[in-house]
Design a protein. Structure first.
Length: 61
């Protein structure tokens, strides 16, 4: 896995050096687990505080 996770919102970034969601460039390869959010209204998105659909790390070190 060479995707990087945003340290601010945990979004997984496949390309570039900036988070698509919060525009942070604080990315890390040191993360574990994946959450895929299809809808911000879903239970899992609400629990994780995710407002934009996509792939997120479960845990960022
Ligand atoms: Zn972010």
């Amino acid at each position: 896995m060479n995707e990087r996770a945003c340290r601010v919102c945990k979004r997984l970034i496949e390309e570039g050096n900036e988070c698509d969601v919060c525009k942070s460039n604080d990315l890390t390869t040191n993360w574990k687990g994946v959450i895929v959010v299809f809808s911000p209204d879903s239970e899992i998105a609400k629990k994780a505080g995710i407002a934009v659909p996509g792939k997120y790390a479960l845990q960022v070190m």
